[in-house]
Design a protein around this ligand. Structure first.
Ligand SMILES: Nc1ncnc2c1ncn2[C@@H]1O[C@H](COP(=O)(O)OP(=O)(O)O)[C@@H](O)[C@H]1O
Ligand SMILES: [Mg+2]
Length: 302
């Protein structure tokens, strides 16, 4: 440990977070302090961006000291604003574990799927209808009919994800979404995954932890926020390589990569750029916060 501190100058790290008391923010703060760094929690919703003679960020009326590194924890409701704040830090030559581009690429489920497939990463068969679509039978056929999944493009915690088991249910959801001008996609239902998926936590180019999540009885969504439970698992070589490749393709220095174990092999369901630490640290007992800070130190040394 001593040698480590001698070789590496201590960093000033900003955690971009709106909730200093959240488990993930507190753990990252604790890990960074524990490794001898200075840490400040900066609420990205309160950042003012000054662009003109150089790039600067003002916070609570004062110019922010330029940090060495930022850890963005940007929630879905502030993707646009948060990505602009992260980009401003990039303009100031500050390192960030999540780039503005990576955040934008991964956040929208359609855009993320396009990017993944373009890089030969398999995803469930997905369909994005044209505007003013009315032929619901045709739309259902595009993903091999019912049962099928309908989801909001920016869903989180499983809240915008629906399973239509019958044609009548599918019509009800699609009519409702079309009426309310909700942006959605339609996806084949991977029934063999049976309410289970795999959350892989990638930091840099390695997997630091993985858990299998299981949905509660009567629920197809395995999100911990929807009552799912986790269990530490060993990944296959294929799953491990797939998760690392996905994080890399999406330009994310850390990522929660969600896999479905389908009959045709692992499929990437989505990639989270602000993956929560609470569930996965609890179920796998891995100190993920420490792994993140340690990775940041290594990239600075390079
Ligand atoms: N195509 C699918 N086939 C089977 N299960 C799915 C499918 N899409 C989503 N699910 C289930 O629903 C959960 C939430 O979907 P996801 O796309 O990850 O949305 P969110 O971002 O809201 O978590 C997943 O963790 C998985 O358990
Ligand atoms: Mg998810």
């Amino acid at each position: 440990m001593k040698l480590h501190f001698q070789l590496l100058r201590n960093m000033l790290i900003y955690i971009l977070s709106r909730n200093r008391n959240s488990y993930s923010t507190s753990r990252l703060q604790e890990a960074a302090l524990g490794r001898g760094h200075r840490v400040r929690i900066v609420d990205h919703s309160r950042c003012e961006l000054k662009i003109g003679t150089g790039s600067h960020i003002y916070y609570q009326g004062k110019k922010l000291e330029t940090p060495d590194y930022v850890i963005p924890r940007i929630g879905a409701s502030l993707t646009f604003r948060g990505s602009n704040v992260v980009r401003q830090f990039e303009m100031m030559n500050v390192k960030t574990i999540i780039t503005a581009n990576g955040l934008l690429k991964s956040r929208d489920k359609l855009r993320a799927s396009q990017n993944m497939v373009h890089n030969d990463i398999e995803v469930p068969k997905t369909y994005f209808p044209c505007l003013h679509n009315s032929d619901i039978s045709y739309m259902m056929d595009q993903v091999n009919g019912v049962p099928l999944i309908i989801k909001h493009l920016e869903s989180t915690q499983g809240l915008g994800v629906f399973l239509a088991e019958t044609e009548t249910e599918a019509r009800k959801y699609l009519d409702e979404f079309n009426k309310n001008d909700v942006k959605y996609l339609i996806q084949e239902y991977i029934s063999e995954s049976k309410g289970k998926d795999v959350r892989v936590f990638v930091v840099g180019d390695r997997v630091v932890a993985a858990m299998k999540r299981t949905a509660p009885e009567g629920e197809f969504r395995s999100n911990i926020h929807r009552g799912g439970t986790g269990q530490s698992i060993e990944l296959t070589k294929e799953e491990e390589e797939l998760a690392v490749k996905t994080a890399k393709v999406m330009n994310l220095g850390m990522a929660g990569v969600d896999l479905l174990q389908s009959d045709r092999g692992p499929l990437v369901l989505e990639v989270n750029s602000s993956p929560g630490l609470e569930g996965i640290e609890k179920y796998t007992k891995v100190d993920i916060a420490d792994a993140i800070i340690s990775h940041m130190e290594n990239t600075v040394k390079k």
